[in-house]
Structure formats: structure tokens, C-alpha cells
Design a protein around this ligand. Structure first.
Ligand code: ADP
Length: 598
């Protein structure tokens, strides 16, 4: 059956939906339900009632007039002699014909007219949100593959009474982006029909860009949702294969702003920040200016060790304790470190910290990882050690290579107290003059605010490592720009900000202490072109050949220095009562958002 006709039929027959409909994802269903309910809400009388009324009127009046006509012929009464009731019937007939023609005729004519225009994805009347949504959804019945997907209107029928509002089906017909070649079109059809797994496209085609393009188009056809704003061109899809992202369909654009120069340990850095939060870069930039004008900041690396903690189980707590004492024995530790370090020329085991829960032992391996953030490296080393220990402890049951005592990408006191990745403290003395002229506040006001907000307020909130104003804002933005793992923002943003009046109360001493900054300059997203460019800007791109690990350590200090700048500026804005004002200026678009949404 023709897809369009089928959809029209579906509008009026809830049985069709029940038989053919695959369950929708809840949010999609809800969205479609909302569309329909909104249209219905706009009408004083439900459409199916008015339609029924006019249909009934049309047929009853027609029946009445025909019977009157037959009677007049039998009685030889002239046809132009009409009674009042016949006159009313004629008017009613005309009225119902006008209504029914208007309602069904326009849609019928439109389908013929619009058929010629539907060879692109363009949404020409995109000023109308509702039309836009409906047209986008109509892509479902747009596919040319013979894969019959009920239109959104049909999907909805089981939830609301059948109504002509479903003439959504009569919106401009299905649109698909033509594939660049017949072969690609065939592959798209296979993916849509489920004959070819989407994940196998790269290996089957040997062309990552083409694979992404086909996957994107197949996804649009399957979901009926346009991905028009998601760019495909201008990205090297080979560079993410097997390392950064699977099943790509494009890439997200995030603007990168620049804050600086950040004067840190005597060197200047322009700090790239990937963000969509207005004010953030401007604010950090102001903090950098204040630091610069006061002679710069100093950062000290306190510790450098990535962690991984497997969970192993024994038959008794005694056996678990025996292994704990084993790994804590300095001589035996040496052997384990040798085994661990085989995993990479950069991995160096520093210590193993143990925690016992009954028969279960958690061993937190801490190791340096050169310029890599180190999760892969440490995991490999841990696996080596577990394999080795298994010989001596055959009753050891390895529950998992990660037992959450690590602790990766989750708020945990162990990282806050023991550190993870790089632990850094960064400080600066901001002169009284700079506090007044650049930061537009007073030293005493800043010190008081820090005590009541970052220390007391966070204590009241039961904070875990959150004794700061907005460290995570800066950490996330720098992580996004430099190809770090943004999920590690959680523990990397642990930070306590301290402020104190010094030099007879005139100047401000500010420091940020960050125990778990997890960064790398090799591996993961750091090798991608744009992220790599940002690392290059900071002078920390790739592996440091002379002193392995020093690029990643320098990056950690820059992160801490940037956080110091961010803390200084935001705290000043709050203490000066400027926060809301500046956000209204930089964080509120003056664009008409209703247009932007269409
Ligand atoms: P991670 O452990 O952070 O996930 P990867 O394992 O992806 O990082 O990347 C680390 C890889 O880079 C390893 O194979 C390592 O041998 C290599 N490498 C080259 N130079 C360095 C360096 N200076 N520091 C760390 N790793 C390096």
C-alpha cells in the first residue's frame, strides 16, 4: 500500500496503529502527543465532531431533497416551486458542501502541488514552529525504501480519538537527502532496513567519512528527525577511529575563547577555553589581568599519580588481609612494581593503598604515567600484577579491574584526600590597588565572602571537594579545548579556595589547592587536530621527549592557574554585587529566541 494513503487511513483507524505500531521511545511519543494536543486545544470544538456534524447534515439533507424531488415528479409539481423547508435544506446542503470541500479539498490539491517541491531538506516556512516539527516528523513516511514506517500521526492514534487534525499526513510529502551515488543509496537502504549493521560501515567501506555520511542519512530516515545543523564536512573521521568515538555522524561545534596572558611561574600562557557559557572567558580573562598586574601566580606540583583499584574476593577475610600485608611489604612491593612497570616505559608504580571490606580487598595502585593521563596505562599495569598474584593466591577471585576505590569520574573522598592524577597548589598576592581598580572590590570583602561562601557555605552543604566558587567551569572549558576527558571534570574540579589579607591587611593572598587534576598531552582526544592546536598554543603538545611527563604536569599547573584567575574574578563580581548585571549583559542573548527555535 502506498505509504501516504496508508497514513491517511491510519488517521481514522486506530486498529491500524495497534497492529503496525512499534513502541516509540517515551520522549518521542510525548513530543508527538504534545503536538497534537496543542492543535486540538486551539479549537473550540473537536474537529471530529464538526466533521461528523457536517457529514450527517450533508447526507440527511441530500436524502430529504431527493425524496422531495421524486415526490414532485410523481405529483407533476414544478421543481422551482420550493417550500420553506426545502429552501432551508438547499442552504444546508450548500453549507455542508463548502465545509467538506474546504476541509478535504485543500489538502487533496496541496498534495499534488507540493509533490514537485519535495526534493530537498529545506524547511522554508521555518518561522512556524509547529509546521517545522510536523514537517520534520513527516520524514518518517518519506523514505523511499519501501520500509513502511507509520507516520507520527498514526502513532498517536491510540492515545487520542481519530481527528482530521491528523491531516499532518497531508503535509508536504517525504523528503530525503539524495545519496552521493547509487551505491551509497543502496547502502543507506540496507542500514535503514537493518540488513547492514551501522557499526560495521567503517570496516566494510574502508572510508570513515563516507561511513559517517551514510550513517547520518540512515539515521535521519529511520528517526524522521533532521540533523541539518550537525556538520559532517571539515572533520577527519580517520583520526577518531578506534580511539575517540564510535558510530560517528558528525561533530559538535563548541566555540573556543582565549583568556590571558596568564602569568604563571614566570611564563605567559594564553589559555584556550571551550565553552558556551557567556561571561566565563571574559571573567577568567579579568582574573588573569589581575594576576598579571600583581606580578603573576606561582604553581607547585605536589603529587603525580594516576590510580586504578581492582576488587578481589577471597573465601575469608583472613586471606584478604594476607594479600593486603603482602602488597604493603616493601620487598614484595618491589617485585610487584617490576611486574607493573613492564606494561609501559612510562608507567612507574609508586604505591598500593589497600582497603578491606570483609572478604573483599580493594588495592589502589598509584603510578606515574608520563605525559599520558594514564587510565589505559595504569589498567594494563594492574592487569599484569593481578595475573602475577593469581599464581601465589589461586583462591583470589578477581571481581573487576576497577572496584571504584580508584575512583574515576565519581565524587569520592579518596581523591579529595589522597589525590589522583596531578595534585597542585597555586597562589598569588593581589595588590590592594589591583583589587580596587581591576576587580572593583575590597580585600576585606573578598576575604569575608570566601570564608562565608567557599568555606562555611560549602561545609553547610556537606561539600566533597567543593570549597570553591566555580572551579569546574574553568576545568571543563580547558578540558574541552585541550582534548581531556570531560567526565573527569568531577574529581579534577575538587578545589579549596583560600583568601587572606596580607601585608598589614592591604593585599590579598589567594590560593587554590586542587588534589586531583587528571590531564594528559598524549592519547585520547589530545591528538585530534583542534585539541592538539590548543595544546600547542600552551606549549604542551604531545610527548615531552627530554623529560617525559613534564608536558602533562605543566598543563596541570596551567589548569590550576586558570582556576585561580576564575575564582578571583567571580568572587570579586559577587562581592561587588555585579554578578547578575554582568550575566544579563553577556549571558543573555538579545536574539528573538522564538525565531531561533524554529
Ligand atoms: P592513557 O593511558 O592516558 O589512556 P594512552 O594509552 O591512550 O593514554 O596513550 C599513552 C600512549 O602514548 C602509550 O602507548 C605510551 O607508550 C605513548 N607515549 C608516548 N610518549 C609518551 C609520554 N611522554 N608519556 C606517556 N605516554 C607516552
Amino acid at each position: 500500500m502506498d505509504v501516504r494513503r496508508r497514513s491517511e487511513k491510519a488517521v481514522y483507524s486506530s486498529d491500524v496503529f495497534a497492529a503496525d505500531e512499534k513502541p516509540l521511545k517515551p520522549h518521542k511519543k510525548q513530543q508527538e502527543e504534545d503536538n497534537l494536543l496543542n492543535i486540538d486545544d486551539a479549537l473550540p470544538l473537536p474537529l471530529y465532531l464538526t466533521n461528523g456534524l457536517f457529514f450527517a447534515m450533508f447526507f440527511s439533507v441530500m436524502y430529504f431533497l431527493l425524496s422531495r424531488w421524486r415526490e414532485k415528479i410523481r405529483n407533476s409539481t414544478p421543481l422551482h416551486v420550493v417550500t420553506l423547508s426545502e429552501l432551508v435544506a438547499i442552504f444546508s446542503l450548500i453549507a455542508s458542501v463548502i465545509y467538506l470541500l474546504g476541509f478535504f479539498g485543500i489538502g487533496f490539491v496541496q498534495t499534488f502541488v507540493s509533490r514537485g517541491n519535495n526534493d530537498s531538506w529545506d524547511v522554508e516556512d521555518d518561522e512556524n514552529d509547529e509546521q517545522f516539527i510536523l514537517k520534520e516528523d513527516s520524514r518518517n513516511h518519506a523514505n523511499t525504501l519501501g520500509c513502511v514506517v507509520p507516520p507520527p500521526s498514526a502513532r498517536h492514534a491510540s492515545m487520542v480519538p481519530p481527528q482530521p487534525v491528523m491531516s499532518i499526513a497531508e503535509k508536504p510529502a517525504p523528503l530525503v537527502t539524495p545519496a552521493s551515488s547509487e551505491e551509497d543509496e543502496e547502502i543507506i537502504k540496507c542500514v535503514v532496513q537493518g540488513k547492514m549493521p551501522s557499526y560495521s560501515l567503517e570496516s566494510k567501506l574502508g572510508d570513515c567519512k563516507r561511513a559517517a555520511s551514510i550513517r547520518k542519512e540512515a539515521l535521519q530516515r529511520i528517526t524522521g528527525k533532521s540533523l541539518e545543523g550537525l556538520p559532517l564536512e571539515g572533520f577527519n573521521y580517520e583520526s577518531i577511529l578506534g580511539q575517540c568515538c564510535e558510530l560517528p555522524i558528525g561533530y559538535i561545534q563548541i566555540p573556543v575563547g582565549i583568556a590571558g596572558p596568564l602569568l604563571l611561574n614566570g611564563s605567559e600562557y594564553s589559555v584556550p577555553m571551550g565553552t558556551t557559557e557567556g561571561c566565563l572567558v571574559a571573567s577568567t580573562n579579568r582574573g588573569c589581568k589581575a594576576i598579571y598586574a600583581s606580578g603573576g601566580a606561582t604553581a607547585i606540583l605536589l603529587r603525580d599519580g594516576m590510580t586504578r583499584a581492582p576488587c578481589v574476593r577471597f573465601g575469608t577475610a583472613k586471606r584478604a588481609a594476607e594479600l593486603k600485608f603482602h602488597v604493603e611489604d616493601p620487598i614484595k612491593f618491589e617485585t610487584l612494581a617490576n611486574v607493573f612497570n613492564q606494561s609501559s616505559r612510562f608507567a612507574r608504580l609508586q604505591r598500593i593503598q589497600c582497603a578491606i571490606a570483609g572478604k573483599n580487598l580493594y588495592m589502589r595502585f598509584v603510578c606515574s604515567t608520563g605525559d599520558a593521563m594514564g587510565m589505559n596505562m595504569v589498567s594494563k599495569g594492574v592487569q599484569n600484577v593481578l595475573d602475577y598474584l593469581q599464581n601465589e593466591y589461586p583462591d583470589m577471585d578477581v571481581i573487576g579491574i576497577s572496584g571504584n576505590f580508584c575512583s574515576d569520574k565519581k565524587p569520592a573522598a579518596v581523591n579529595w584526600i589522597e589525590g589522583r592524577g596531578k595534585s597542585v597548589v597555586c597562589e598569588a598576592i593581589i595588590t590592594e590597588e589591583v583589587v580596587k581598580k581591576v576587580l572593583k572590590t575590597e580585600v576585606a570583602a573578598l576575604v569575608e565572602l570566601n570564608m562565608l561562601k567557599n568555606l562555611t557555605g560549602s561545609a553547610m552543604a556537606g561539600a566533597l571537594g567543593g570549597f570553591n566558587a566555580h572551579a569546574s567551569n574553568i576545568v571543563s572549558a580547558v578540558y574541552i579545548a585541550t582534548g581531556q576527558d570531560p567526565a573527569q571534570n568531577i574529581e579534577s574540579s575538587h578545589c579549596i579556595t583560600m583568601m587572606e589579607a596580607v601585608n598589614d591587611g592591604k593585599d590579598l593572598h589567594i590560593s587554590v589547592t586542587m588534589p586531583s587534576i587528571e590531564v594528559g598531552t598524549v592519547g585520547g582526544g589530545t591528538q585530534l587536530a583542534s585539541q592538539s592546536a590548543c595544546l600547542n598554543l600552551l606549549g604542551v603538545k604531545g610527548a615531552n621527549r627530554e623529560a617525559p611527563g613534564s608536558n602533562a604536569r605543566l598543563l596541570a599547573t596551567i589548569v590550576a592557574g586558570s582556576v585561580l584567575a576564575g575564582e578571583l574574578s567571580l568572587m570579586s563580581a559577587i562581592s561587588a554585587g555585579q554578578l547578575v548585571k554582568s550575566h544579563m549583559k553577556y549571558n543573555r542573548s538579545t536574539k528573538d529566541v522564538t525565531k531561533a527555535s524554529s
